[in-house]
Write a protein that binds this ligand. Structure first.
Ligand code: HEM
Length: 402
C-alpha cells in the first residue's frame, strides 16, 4: 500500500538496499555527519530561543510550540525555508503527509499487504476503493516534497538561497546545477527529512519536560548545572558547550531510554535466509527490532522503569541508549547528530528559563499525571497537565532581553 500502490518505491522508507539508497545515504552522511551537522547549530540555537520565548508567552500552547520548533528546524535545514507562523503552508502539507503516511503504513490495516494479488483489481471493482485512495495519497505525498523543493530551487536561481541540504546538493561549487536524475534523488531525500525528524524530536522534548515535572529533584540538579555554567562563563550556553554539561547529557540519554521514541524502529526485511542464535529466519521475513525491550532490559538497566540519569555517570555507566534509539547497521538513523543537537539546546534553554511543575485543580490539589505512552511508529507521552513557572535569574533575563 505505502510503496507500490502509492508509487513511493523511491521513498527512503520503502526503498531496498540498492545503489539509489546508497546515494541517499551518501547525501545524508555528507550533510549530517557530526562535523557537517555543526553548520546547522545556529539554526537550532535560534529556534530553541524562539521556543522558550513562545512557551513563556503562552504556556498553554506548549505542545504546539514544540511542533512549531521541530517544523522550523527541519524546513530550514532541508530547504532553507523560514517558518514564521503556526499556520505555515509547507508545514501544514507536511503534517497532512505524516497523517497519510502513518495511515498508509499502519500494520494490519490494508488487506493488500497480506494478499498482494489484490493490487491487480481494477479501481472500479467493489472493495477496491483502497486503490483510488492509494493513487490520491501518493499524489499528495509527492506534492508535499515537490513544493518546498521547487521553492528552494527558485531561491537558488534568484541568488537568495539560505544554505541548506537541498541547496548544497542541487548546485555544485562552480554554480552548475545537477542533472534531472540527480535532482530527483535529492527531492526524495529531502522529502524524507520532515517525516523522519519532526515527530521523533517532538516526542523526545515532550518526554523530557514530562520527566522534569515528575522528578523535580532531577530538574533542580540540572538547573544547578546550567546556572553554574552561567555563573562562571557569564554567557548563555551554546551547542559548542555540550561537554560542560554531563548531567544534562545524562538526562538526554535517560529520556531516550525511559521514553523510547521509536519503540520498534522501522520495519526491515531479510534479503536472504539467515540464522541467529539458533533461530532460522527465512528470506523476505519482516523484522522489527524491539528497541523498547532493549531499553527496559533489567539485565542491562537496573530498575528500568525508574527515571535515573545517574545510571550513565560515574565509574561504571550503564550501556549508552543512543546505541539503540536510532536503529542499527546500514540503515541507522542519519539524522542522529542533528536530532541530539537540536534536543540538547532546547533542554538547556528550557532549564535556564523556566521550571515545569504538576498542575493543580481548582481546589489547589496537585493533579497526579499517569505515566503512559502512545503506541505507533513514534511513541509520545500521553497528553498531561502542567504548570510553567518562569525563572527569575540573571541568565534568564539576559537571554530573554536579547
Ligand atoms: C530523536 C530523534 C530521532 C530518533 C529517535 C530517530 C530514530 C530513527 C530510527 C530508529 C530509525 C530506523 C533505523 C533503522 O532502520 O535501523 C531512523 C531512520 C531514519 N531517520 Fe531518524 N530519528 C530521529 C531523528 C531524525 C532526524 C532529525 C532526521 C533527519 C532530519 C532523521 C532521519 C532519518 C532517516 C532519513 C531515516 C531512514 C534511514 C534509512 O532508512 O536508511 N531522523 N531514525
Amino acid at each position: 500500500m505505502a510503496g507500490v500502490l502509492m508509487e513511493r518505491e523511491k521513498s527512503m522508507f520503502s526503498i531496498s538496499y540498492n545503489d539509489r539508497l546508497k546515494t541517499y545515504r551518501r547525501f545524508m552522511h555528507q550533510s549530517f555527519n557530526p562535523i557537517a551537522a555543526q553548520m546547522f547549530w545556529e539554526v537550532e540555537e535560534q529556534e530553541a530561543r524562539i521556543l522558550v520565548e513562545n512557551i513563556l508567552e503562552s504556556p498553554e500552547g506548549l505542545f504546539q510550540h514544540l511542533r512549531r520548533n521541530a517544523a522550523a528546524v527541519i524546513m530550514k535545514i532541508a530547504y532553507g525555508y523560514p517558518v514564521t507562523s503556526n499556520d505555515d503552508h509547507f508545514v501544514a502539507i507536511a503534517e497532512e503527509g505524516i497523517k497519510i503516511a502513518s495511515l498508509a503504513s499502519a500494520p494490519g490495516k490494508w488487506l493488500v499487504n497480506s494478499f498482494p494479488i489484490l493490487r491487480f483489481l481494477p479501481e472500479w471493482f467493489p472493495g477496491a476503493g483502497f486503490k483510488t485512495k492509494a493513487r490520491e495519497w501518493g499524489r499528495i505525498l509527492y506534492e508535499q516534497s515537490l513544493e518546498p523543493h521547487e521553492w528552494a530551487k527558485e531561491q537558488l536561481r534568484a541568488g537568495t538561497a539560505i544554505p541548506s541540504f537541498t541547496s548544497a546538493l542541487l548546485q555544485s561549487s562552480d554554480g552548475t546545477f545537477v542533472d534531472a536524475e540527480e535532482e530527483d534523488k535529492i527531492l526524495w531525500c529531502s522529502g524524507a527529512l520532515y517525516f523522519a525528524g519532526a515527530d521523533t524530536s517532538v516526542s523526545v522534548v515532550k518526554s523530557f519536560l514530562f520527566a522534569m515535572m515528575m522528578y523535580p529533584a532531577i530538574q533542580r540538579q540540572a538547573q544547578e548545572e546550567v546556572d553554574a555554567f552561567f555563573a562562571s562563563e557569564n554567557r548563555i550556553p551554546t551547542l559548542r558547550d555540550q561537554d560542560a554539561f554531563p548531567f544534562v547529557g545524562a538526562i538526554l540519554k535517560e529520556v531516550l531510554r525511559w521514553a523510547t521514541p521509536a519503540p520498534f524502529g522501522l520495519p526491515h526485511s531479510t534479503s536472504q535466509a539467515d540464522s541467529y542464535k539458533g533461530y532460522y529466519i527465512p528470506g523476505k521475513t519482516s523484522i522489527m527490532p524491539n528497541i523498547w525491550a532493549m531499553m527496559h532490559d533489567e539485565s542491562v538497566y537496573s530498575d528500568p522503569f525508574s527515571f535515573d540519569p545517574t545510571r550513565f555517570i560515574g565509574e561504571n555507566p550503564q550501556t549508552d541508549p543512543r546505541d539503540y534509539a536510532f536503529g542499527f547497521g546500514r540503515r541507522i538513523c542519519p539524522g542522529q547528530h542533528l536530532a541530539e543537537n537540536s534536543i540538547w539546546i532546547q533542554m538547556v534553554l528550557v532549564l535556564l528559563t523556566m521550571t515545569i511543575t504538576k498542575a493543580t485543580d481548582t481546589d489547589g490539589k496537585i493533579i497526579e499525571p499517569e505515566v503512559a505512552f502512545t503506541t505507533g511508529l513514534v511513541s509520545h507521552v500521553q497528553p498531561f497537565k502542567y504548570q510553567i513557572v518562569p525563572r527569575k535569574t540573571a541568565a534568564s533575563s539576559l537571554m530573554l532581553t536579547r
